[in-house]
Design a protein around this ligand. Structure first.
Ligand code: ACO
Length: 433
């Protein structure tokens, strides 16, 4: 096959047929072959398990270049945003396409603050969860449950203003539900939102405050949470985001689409890696800290162990978020006066792995989850809540992608397959099988 850049078509030769495929170009010079009509033209489909080389959509939200370690939301570099904006500004940027003016930010934040309470009846769902229930299971269920309290959200023909209301409700209520997941497992009473606080301050208050307490918010912790949420806010067509878009493409409501995204994020190969990393580092420490032993296990193809927090589908050089987080981990621990031996193990492990031929050859580098758990731990967030923190950060990205899918009028997501099962055969009577 060759790509003709002059005419912007590619020609595919198959058997005695030549098929012309349109070429689509992105604003950062990416080139894609549009194969949507290939089957009609030739009877052929494409096969790409795990979508390793398949663009599922065109999108104007996030650009990333895995080779050069570039990540931008709506054109702004992640480093710039992490340094100079708040999570609420980034949420607005992702959902509405541009950074807000002060007036627009006030409107957005005020609207979010109007909706932070969840219906009292939702407390009864929490009562039914067993003690120790994984917070991601609870959060996913409660996100979908929201749709039952707001039945209007289920109407696929709502106006954009109504959709905006659903978006604001969800951004407002997810931290309340996340904090309730934690309180449930602690056996503590729920703390109602305090709307004089900022988005992240309010979350910390609902998590760590008690109804009887004057909880003081540590600005170091609040800044760190802000930065972590910004770094996680979007990452183009990853597993959970693609899930949100595909579920949403059937015109399922936003709450349920996000619930599906939360479930997809939970897996240890995706967002659940932040919990898995800390558990792995703890295990290495408890085992005596023999790093080479664990590196060898990760390389051994007969052993299912993988170095959690290492490797990425698109970053084969470095993950820019991991660089920022590693620096932040040092700063936050120093500011809080914490000496965490697990951070030392993480650094040593990274050093050994980055010199190892196996990891170098395969482009396996620390990803966003490698150091984030260490910061969360320093901030007092329990391990099982790490992926919930990821979900809170990713929420505006999921919403922006769901909204874009809707605005673009994208068709229902429905891949094809190559069937490899039995050919047609008759059913034998039970007695003869
Ligand atoms: N430890 C050891 N070997 C690894 C690791 C790892 N963490 N990651 C990949 N490899 C090896 C694979 O065994 C494979 O080797 P081979 O070519 O000899 O068969 C090669 O590197 C390529 O790996 P794939 O699994 O094909 O890469 P893929 O893009 O499908 O998977 C993934 C990416 C899932 C992130 C993978 O690197 C992994 O499992 N990492 C650990 C879990 C993790 O940290 N996930 C978080 C990702 S970031 C996020 O989602 C927020």
């Amino acid at each position: 096959m060759n790509v003709d850049t002059m005419t912007d078509t590619a020609r595919l030769t198959f058997e005695d047929k030549e098929i012309e495929l349109p070429v689509v170009r992105g604003s950062e010079g990416e080139v894609a072959l549009d194969i949507s009509k290939l089957r009609g033209q030739s009877g052929l489909i494409t096969l790409d398990k795990g979508f390793k080389n398949t663009g599922s959509t065109t999108s104007a939200i996030t650009f990333l270049n895995g080779e050069e370690g570039i990540l931008r939301y709506r054109g702004y570099a992640i480093e710039d945003l992490a340094e100079n904006t708040s999570f609420m500004e980034v949420a607005y940027l992702l959902v509405y396409g541009d950074l807000p003016t002060q007036k627009r930010l006030d409107w957005f934040e005020d609207s979010i603050k109007m909706h932070t309470l969840v219906h009292e009846n939702m407390k009864r769902f929490f009562d039914a969860f067993p003690l120790g229930a994984h917070p991601m299971g609870m959060l996913s269920a409660m996100s979908s449950t929201l749709s039952t309290f707001y039945p209007d959200s289920q109407d696929p023909n709502r106006s954009m203003e109504d959709i905006d209301m659903t978006i604001h409700r969800l951004i407002a209520k997810l931290p309340t539900l996340a904090a309730q997941c934690y309180k449930h497992n602690m056996g503590h009473p729920m703390v109602y939102p305090a709307n004089d606080l900022s988005y992240t301050e309010n979350f910390l208050y609902m998590m760590f405050g008690l109804p009887t307490d004057d909880y003081e918010i540590d600005p170091i912790i609040n800044d760190a949470i802000n930065k972590l949420l910004i770094l996680h806010a979007d990452h183009e067509q990853n597993c959970s985001t693609s899930t949100v878009r595909v579920v949403g493409s059937s015109q399922a409501n936003l709450y349920s689409s996000i619930s599906a995204g939360i479930s997809a994020l939970w897996g240890p190969l995706h967002g659940g890696a932040n919990q898995a990393v800390i558990e792995m580092l703890e295990q290495i420490k408890a085992d005596g800290g023999d790093l080479q032993k664990w590196i060898d296990k990760a390389k051994d193809k007969t052993d299912s162990f993988r170095l959690m927090g290492f490797g990425h589908r698109v970053y084969k050089n470095f993950d820019p978020r991991a660089r920022i987080i590693k620096k932040s981990a040092d700063e936050v621990l120093a500011k809080l006066g914490i000496n965490d031996p697990v951070l030392d193990i993480a650094k040593q492990l990274e050093e050994v792995a980055l010199k190892d031929e196996y990891f170098v050859q395969r482009g396996l580098y620390p990803n966003v989850d490698f150091y984030s758990g260490i910061i969360y731990r320093a901030l007092g967030i329990p391990t099982e809540m790490f992926t919930v923190m990821f979900a809170l950060g990713r929420l505006p990205g999921w919403i922006a992608q769901w909204k874009e899918m809707l605005e673009n009028g994208e068709p229902i997501g429905r891949p094809r397959q190559v069937y490899t099962g039995h050919n047609a055969r008759p059913v034998q009577p039970l007695a003869q099988r």
